[in-house]
Design a protein around this ligand. Sequence first.
Ligand code: ADP
Ligand code: ZN
Ligand code: ZN
Length: 731
Amino acid sequence: MIAEVIVDVLSSEVDKVFDYNIPSSFSNITVGFRVLVPFGNRKIEGYVVNIKESTNCPPNKLKSIISLCDDFPLIKKELINLMFYMKEKLYLRLLDGIRLAVPSQVRGGVGDKVERVIYLNEEKVNDFIASLNKRQKNAPLVIEYLNTKGKENYTTLSKKFTNATINKMLECKVLLEEAKKVNRLELVKGNNKVVKLTDLQQKAVENILNCKDKPTVLFGVTGSGKTEVYMNVIDKIIGDGKTALMLVPEISLTPQMVKVFTGRFGENVAVLHSALSMGEKRDEWFRIYNGDAKIVVGARSAIFAPLDNIGIIIIDEEHDGSYLSDNSPRYQTHDIALFRGGFNNCPLVLGSATPSIETFYKAKTGDYNLVEMPIRVNKRPLPPIEIVNMCNEFKLGNTTPLSSIMLEKLDDVIKSGKQAILFINRRGFSSYLMCRECSYIPKCTECDASLVYHKNDGVLKCHYCGKKFKALTKCPECGSGSIKLGATGTQQIVELLHEHFPSANIFRLDNDSVTSKDAYSRILGEFGRTKSSILVGTQMVTKGHDFPAVTFVGIVDADISLFNYSYKASETTFQLMTQVSGRAGRSEDSGSVVLQTFVPSNQVYLTCANYDYYKFYEKEINLREVTKFPPFARLIRILLTSIDDNLVKDATHKLIMKLKEFRVDYGKDFYFLEAMKSPVNKIKNKHRYQVVLRFANNIATEVLDKIYKLLDEIRNSKLSVFVENNPQSLS
Ligand code: ADP
Ligand code: ZN
Ligand code: ZN
């Protein structure tokens, strides 16, 4: 028999299947096995993706598999199909797919963690006690301890009673030991709070379970009880003997979600996310692979979990940016979920209080099934949002980033012993410039996009067309000289708060203060326990937290995400503002929100302040239609990178010439085509260029096929090429 093998060499040139002879001694080999094969003059690992009777490879060239690396197939059939799908549709290498399906932690050779478990040898206990002398004080205690406890692991026992004692007792055979495989990850277990579903929740559960032919959008406001819906759906699916995949954004940041799930489903839950240690990840992966855990709760990469017989896939907070992998390999989790949902013929749920525009458009047009939960479970109102015009503050002489209303509200919180969250909307390296007097923001003359200030070159650039502009010193609208970078740091705010509220307890949550997973939960834990406290932070404070004492949420600088030069800027801003506002007033005390902006009349804020997603959606979808952006068009970025600047420059030039040639065939269906240096010119010494294209949906498949073929011709070992579909940012 012949095996088709993908070799573990990350190079585009060898990213195809190679035929190998299967020696008759490997009769247990199946598709998915990891094997050792001769390749050139090396021996390397590979993966069997197909087994067939014959090959076109001449017998004198055909090599044989050297050995099998495991005695079971590491990749399941479904994931092998998925890899080929990803290669064809998403222009990912087969090996990229393999590495996602079999993470390095699994390939890496970490073994099971085995614990020494100690127990008493009843036959010897009496003789042993009789033989004890007075100096052996610990030994009787060990016996007493094990008499009550039965078994205990060696580490704990020797910590309690010293190594010497335990070793000696093992020597005398009064203690015996056995090896036990243990899980490295200790799941924090929450309580199982069983609630009676509301009518809305009950309907949602039924609706989801009944809809298998298309994804369901679960559109429920913050606090509408979506998690409870997910758990009831999962309960039913598990009852039917199937498995469940539940994705949440940045799970290491939402330990609460894991607790809720382990509280309900116990050991049946496996957790997968990037903050796990090598061994933890491996153990969890095998618990899933072996069918010991039927429910996977995980972040983006968990979509590749080795589950069999999936009965439900849920993407919670489906609009969240973390579902788009913007590092190689680049993929959108939704695409993979659609494939797996189709393969398993199971329901797929996209849950959110603020669905992405593209998702909601599909729900409105009937491509997706729409389920709504428009009220909070406890019928509590959503906290009112007050918009504060920071231009006015500035005119009144307040040049600090905190408005007087914001300070008043914080004062109330401190005096009443409650808690507040202050959100600093800041991310990334780049920023926009803005006039402090009239809120003028420089925009590109060709595109409807704010310009990005590149501090190093001292210029403003359009990230859509690459056009450069001189940085401003004076406002062209009103002549004012107070042009400022629209960014404020958490540090700065914390200092300011200390001045204003010397008695307040102030906590900071950002990349600088959170240096580990533990720091994150420690800070949040302390904040949760402290009265009269303020939590100041970046986007980390917006996600999923449920602090009952938080009565106030302050948004310091809403505008930053609004002008972040992406076609999704309005959308992301609306989502962020709604999300963070939802943190206030979740319990008995009602909450309120203050949103500071320099553009108070912007539709995003007006609709957000009324929690009017529908209205926001209508405005935004119209704009997208007129300007021809997704979902009404396909936006593609081709990213070319190389250590050699000239090489990548030439390649980009050649590519754009070819694309211009075939663009002609499509006439008006091709909206935009431009090559430019990437806004981030160089990462890890690799020069980056990009080609941005925008064209009609109806030609997308054809155009992409052509692009992929072109790229196959130009990519080589010195030049990497990536393709992104509707990327969130073009940096
Ligand atoms: P969402 O994810 O939609 O923002 P959650 O799932 O976090 O909402 O639910 C909000 C709160 O309501 C949680 O504390 C949850 O335990 C509670 N809850 C959910 N469903 C019910 C119910 N049917 N009865 C009582 N409390 C519920
Ligand atoms: Zn101005
Ligand atoms: Zn432009």
